[in-house]
Structure formats: C-alpha cells, structure tokens
Design a protein around this ligand. Structure first.
Ligand SMILES: NC(=O)c1ccc[n+]([C@@H]2O[C@H](COP(=O)([O-])OP(=O)(O)OC[C@H]3O[C@@H](n4cnc5c(N)ncnc54)[C@H](O)[C@@H]3O)[C@@H](O)[C@H]2O)c1
Length: 469
C-alpha cells in the first residue's frame, strides 16, 4: 500500500489551523510519498503563508477562503479535499467539494446541525464519493485491541459498558470555557464537540445501534457565581486568587504547566520529581536554564495550548494576547454555555447498557473504560501518561495485561496518523465509498447518539433512538 514508487494522493486544504496544518500537514511532510497538498485556503495570512512555505505551494494556489479556492481552481485539481475549518463551517466546503467530485476528509463533527449531517451523507452517496470523518480513535492500537477482545468472545456477552472521558482541567478551561467550543450556538454542545469520538467507540464496540438514551448534566461550575471574591474580569488585572486558582492564565500559557501536570503522573520517578520541582520552584529552574537551554521551553511554553492564543510566542506577545483576547479572561466570566459534565445512558438490543461520562475537571487527560461481560471483565485506560488493557476471567479470577503503551503526548495515541494511513489506503484501493471504517454513513450513528443525548439532557426525557433516527 505504501510502496515508494506510487504517486502520492494529492489534496487541497480548507483551514490551515491546528488540525489542517499541525496534523494532516505534518503527515504529508513526514510521508511525501503518500500525501501531497497542492492548494490551501485560510483567511489568516500568517497561517496560509506558513502552510504554503512548508508544502511549497505557489501563490497562485493559495486563497483567502475555501469558496475562492473552489471557484478559482475551476473543477477538481486534486484527488481529495480536506475540510479542517471550525465546526459550523464544515457543511458548505464539504458539499462544495463533493459537487466538484472530490473525495473528502472531513473533521468531526460532520456538522453541528443534524439536517446538514443527513444532507452530507445523502450527497456523498449520490455522488459516489468517499467522505472520511475523522473519528481518529478507532485507528489506535488501544481501541483496536479492545474491539478485537470483545469480538473474540473472550469476555462473553456485554452486560454493561462504562466509559469516562476525563478532560483535564486546563484543556477544558482552554477549549470549552475560554475558547472556541464554549458556546453551543457558535460551535456544538459538549457531547458532540468532545464526546462524539467516545460515542463512535461505544457504537463500534457493541457492534449494534442503541435503542434508547437518557442523559443528565449541566454547567454547574464555570460561571460567575463561582468566581473568587474580588476576581477581576481578566487574570492579568491583579487577581487575588492568582496563586491558588488552577486556571490562572499566565501559568497555563506562559509556563509549561499543562505539560508538567502530565509529568506529575509519568511512570518515571525522575520525570515526576523534575515536574514537581519545575512547577513549584521556577526561580531554581531559571538558574538551571542558564546551563541547559532546553529548559527555556519550560519557562516559555511554545506548544498547544499556547499556540492557539497568539502567533507571537514571546512572553510579551502572549501577555498581550492574555490582556486583550479571550484566553486571559477569568475562567468564571467567559460567557460560556456548554455543560461542564454530563452522563448519558444508552440501552442496546438484548438489554445491555452503556454509560458515557464526560467532564472537565480531571487532573489528568484521558479515557477509562470497564466492560463487564458474562465471562470476564475488561478494564482499560487510555491516558496521556500511558495506556493499558487488562482482562479478568470470571471463573478463574485470573487477570492478564493484554496491552500496554507508554506516554503519548499528542496525535491521539497514534490515531491521527493511523486514520491518514487508512485514508491513503482507501484512495489507492478500488476507490469505492464506504470502506468500512469511519466513512460518513457509518459516522452518522455517533452523531445521532450525540444529538439525541443532548436533547435528552435538555428535556429530561428518555429518547427512543429508532424514532429519533
Ligand atoms: N478529529 C479530532 O480528534 C479533532 C480534534 C480537534 C479538533 N477537531 C475539529 O477540527 C476542526 C478544526 O479545528 P482546529 O482546532 O484545527 O481549528 P483552528 O481554528 O485551529 O483552524 C481552523 C482554521 O480554519 C480557518 N478558516 C476560517 N474561515 C475559513 C474559510 N472561509 N476558508 C478556509 N479556512 C478558514 C481559520 O483561519 C483557521 O486557521 C474543528 O471542527 C474541530 O472540532 C477534530
């Protein structure tokens, strides 16, 4: 499939942001024999230019918007179109690309509007084009192993499936309170934006569509009622709670606190010790950095989430962004309206149940599952500090560790590149749609589950999924 002699799949990109540039762009740079971008659209001139430079795209193939790209290029100029714009801007570029005859890589969610999701699925079917929805977790070693064990019958029939998506306090604060996904109307409800991957996994692992859903949860913490006494509108305006608040913005964006908080849970004792010192004794770190320049990156963090707040990653540049932009606001005064925790319970044919918990106050980012079967119990964690799956046999009470992997700081535990490998493989195969992975028709179920769970949460009603579909 990846013979060096084959021509790479060619692609156009709409949205050279975190996903477009830093994930799919990086894949193309690492595997030029598999994927090559030939045109880019992004209204942000700095992002556009950076992508152009990295991929040697001429000015004539760089545009300020996806619609200009599709207009000016007059017809299909590559094999595939990547749609990596924000949630509410997925439908039109994806529909436009399908009309021009492109196969499409579409970031999740398909759309925050259920009718648009249905329409894209129909259009793809009518056009006979393949739409790869980026449910990246299915392509990881961890989740493939879970699926393999369940399908093998080793734990028997599933009676209950319990899945937690523990979003770390800093990530939730960054994305779902201060950032782009804080309002339902501008992006999507939490369960769609954050947990549609988890719902896709539940559906995939059960191998059946759910029958009903009930859901509870609300925005109970990140609102003005919980602001510390005397807290100003912005962290940069002299907050009296600066020392004790976990969401004090300069600490999150200037120092490497997100990284170091993961380091506190690292398997290596040395990394744990270093993280504790770096978090609590910054002046000592400053002295050490005179002898080892690598420590500068800890004193002034230059990766996610800092890259989102400003393109000027100097301390001054970031402080300016915090003083003026959305990411410096007091975490309790952000005008956010998405839930900060939610529990959804699904029933499946045969009486099995599945619960999904998603919340934003975890110390550590990651997912945890327990699957209770009639022959055994599967337990697993898929976290930034490592991955593990164990299976316990009910009759002999024997526990085997069947999967282990080390620290994975990004790339969704290998899922981002795994999805790309799968996409390139599909494009090089018979080019028929619906190759069985997360094509748009298959991804519809996770979206039905998310929309129905959100409706159930808001209306406090049990929803019949068959009627809902
Ligand atoms: N699959 C996953 O696991 C995963 C993870 C994170 C985000 N996402 C999804 O990926 C999508 C993109 O997220 P992101 O974090 O990369 O966002 P981002 O804001 O970093 O990137 C979006 C880019 O789109 C550009 N853009 C805006 N208007 C445009 C237009 N008219 N034409 C072309 N480009 C335009 C913006 O300038 C920006 O550079 C979102 O829908 C998000 O939900 C998926």
């Amino acid at each position: 499939m990846f013979s060096k002699n084959r021509e790479p799949v060619t692609a156009i990109l709409s949205g050279a942001g975190l996903r477009g540039r830093e994930v799919y762009g990086r894949y193309a740079l690492k595997h030029p024999d598999r994927l090559r971008f030939v045109a880019v659209a992004d209204p942000d001139p700095a992002r556009r230019l950076l992508f152009q430079k990295e991929h040697s795209i001429p000015d004539t193939m760089a545009f300020e918007s996806w619609d200009v790209l599709m207009d000016r290029s007059r017809g299909r100029i590559a094999d595939a179109a990547f749609v990596c714009t924000r949630d509410s801007m997925h439908y039109r570029p994806a529909a436009g690309a399908l009309e021009l005859g492109y196969d499409v890589v579409l970031e999740k969610p398909i759309s925050p509007d259920l009718q648009e999701c249905r329409q894209i699925t129909r259009t793809a079917g009518e056009a006979g084009r393949f739409v790869q929805v980026c449910h990246v977790l299915r392509y990881t070693g961890f989740w493939k192993k879970v699926k393999e064990i369940v399908d093998s019958g080793r734990i028997g029939r599933i009676i209950h499936y319990d899945h937690s998506e523990n979003v770390s306090y800093w990530h939730f604060g960054h994305s779902y309170v201060r950032g782009h996904y804080r309002n339902k109307s501008a992006s999507s409800p939490l369960i769609l934006a954050k947990a549609c991957h988890d719902l896709d996994l539940m559906f995939w692992i059960f191998g059946e569509k759910p029958l009903t859903v009930q859901s509870a949860g609300e925005l109970s913490f990140f609102h003005p009622g919980n602001a510390p006494p005397g807290a100003p509108e912005r962290c940069t305006d002299g907050c009296p709670a600066a020392e004790t608040c976990p969401w004090f913005a300069p600490r999150l964006y200037i120092t490497a606190e997100p990284l170091l908080s993961i380091g506190l849970h690292a398997p290596s004792r040395l990394i744990r010790l270093f993280s504790r010192i770096a978090l609590n004794h910054r002046s000592f770190l400053k002295i050490l950095s005179r002898f080892d320049k690598r420590l500068d990156g800890i004193l002034n963090w230059d990766r996610f989430p800092a890259t989102v707040i400003s393109s000027d990653l100097s301390v001054e540049g970031k402080m300016k962004a915090l003083g003026e932009g959305p990411f410096g606001r007091c975490i309790f005064k952000c005008g956010n309206d998405v839930a900060d925790h939610q529990v959804s319970t699904f029933t499946f044919p045969g009486g099995a149940t599945g619960t999904l918990t998603v919340h934003g106050v975890s110390d550590l980012e990651g997912r945890e599952i327990r699957i209770f079967g009639t022959k055994g119990t599967l337990r697993g964690y898929f976290r930034y500090n490592g991955e593990q799956i164990t299976v316990t046999d009910l009759r002999f009470s024997r526990t085997d560790t069947v999967y282990q992997a080390g620290l994975s700081m990004g790339g969704h535990g290998g899922g981002d590149f795994g999805l790309m490998d799968s996409f390139v493989g599909s494009m090089r195969g018979a080019k028929t749609p619906n190759t069985g992975h997360t094509d748009v028709a298959g991804a519809m179920e996770s979206h039905y589950m998310a929309f129905a769970a959100e409706d159930a949460r808001v209306t406090h009603k049990k929803i019949n999924m068959q009627e809902y579909r």
